[in-house]
Design a protein around this ligand. Structure first.
Ligand SMILES: CC(=O)SCCNC(=O)CCNC(=O)[C@H](O)C(C)(C)COP(=O)(O)OP(=O)(O)OC[C@H]1O[C@@H](n2cnc3c(N)ncnc32)[C@H](O)[C@@H]1OP(=O)(O)O
Ligand SMILES: O=C([O-])CC(=O)C(=O)O
Ligand SMILES: [Mg+2]
Length: 303
């Protein structure tokens, strides 16, 4: 069994790439793409009569492939199916970093998964508390319960919008620009921030519409999402580029932190830089920008 580092609840997750757990050709060298997290899917990408075969393939991938620093998440089947409990046993036995709950609708759903994850950790001698959880919100009930879901467990690192199923349950239609998803996206970002967890946008399935994909990535970046679920390796680079702080943002953050240190030594709490007011609130954000820039590998300074 390949030893994996202890999963970190909060780490860089700009890109989370789905792949069918049953396809060795996809999963055997997935780490070469430089994606932050891979999501081995046991749910919708796997045909109903192939669930056992997919679990078999998944277990062997988890125990035989060295994914290095790439996080490995397994999307289990829905809690309304006969599959999810065995999915959890298989993923935990293989030493997975985390499980993704599809169509999560309540804090109770998260706690139920948590109970089964803990039981599997005990059964297979995997460190108790090791396995992380994330929740995908795919129904109006799930989105409206986002605040309680986001705060439901110390294992939960984030919540994600899953728009395909959300569209179906809402009877909405895809519109370029995503106006029909505005409320769901805003609620998810707000609930995640209130609970101190991460938030992820949904997949973009039209691989031929590069312009539409890029516009959506810029929009979800502006809305405050930490990352996005992806379906294809060719979507990774643009997300990494767009979600990293720009040189201008880094320069401003550095300037704010340095000047704040000088000013606060002199007992000054609020002052101006290039005509703009700066106080402690700006410094907290500047610190966040510099930490993100460091994690993205675009800042190597000493702050
Ligand atoms: C709504 C939902 O539930 S989404 C989640 C469930 N869906 C999935 O998991 C689907 C994930 N994506 C895929 O399976 C594929 O990208 C498809 C079927 C959509 C398109 O497949 P292709 O037409 O083969 O894509 P493409 O030609 O761009 O593939 C280029 C290379 O990337 C590989 N690749 C494509 N998608 C993935 C992926 N998700 N993960 C890893 N590798 C991939 C292909 O194997 C191919 O490799 P090769 O050049 O060595 O042969
Ligand atoms: O999580 C996602 O974005 C994919 C998905 O299940 C959906 O769109 O229903
Ligand atoms: Mg779905």
């Amino acid at each position: 069994m390949i030893p994996r580092p202890k999963p970190e609840r909060f780490r860089l997750r700009r890109t989370m790439l789905f792949m069918n757990a049953q396809k060795p050709g996809l999963i055997k060298d997935a780490y070469i793409y430089g994606v932050d997290s891979i999501m081995l899917d046991l749910e919708d990408a796997v045909a109903e009569n192939q669930k056992d075969a997919a679990r078999f393939s998944l277990y062997h991938a988890l125990t035989a492939i060295d994914y290095g620093q790439t996080e490995v998440i397994v999307r289990i089947n829905g809690l309304d199916t006969p599959h999810w409990q065995e999915d959890i046993r298989c993923a935990v036995a293989g030493g997975v970093d985390g499980v993704r709950i599809p169509t999560c609708e309540s804090a109770q759903d998260v706690r139920l998964v948590e109970e089964h994850v803990l039981a599997a950790e005990r059964e297979f001698g995997v460190g108790e508390g090791r396995t992380l959880i994330m929740a995908a919100l795919e129904s109006p009930k799930g989105v409206l319960n986002a605040p309680e879901i986001a705060a439901a467990s110390d294992r939960l690192f984030g919540i994600a919008l899953s728009a395909g199923d959300f569209h179906r349950s809402m009877h909405t239609h895809y519109v370029p620009g995503g106006i029909e998803l505005n409320t769901a996206r805003s609620l998810i970002v707000m609930a995640a921030r209130a609970a101190g967890v991460q938030c992820f946008d949904t997949v973009f399935t039209n691989l031929d519409d590069e312009e539409g994909f890029e516009a959506e990535v810029r929009m979800i970046h502006d809305m405050g999402f930490d990352g996005k679920s992806l379906i294809n390796p060719r979507q990774i680079a643009y997300v990494h580029q767009t979600l990293a702080p720009t040189p201008k943002e880094i320069e401003t953050a550095e300037l704010y932190v340095r000047t704040y240190r000088e000013q606060s030594q002199r007992g000054v709490g609020v002052y101006t830089v290039n005509g703009k007011m700066v106080d402690i609130a700006f410094i907290k954000d500047a610190d966040r920008v510099l930490a993100l820039a460091k994690a993205c590998g675009v800042y190597h300074g000493d702050l």
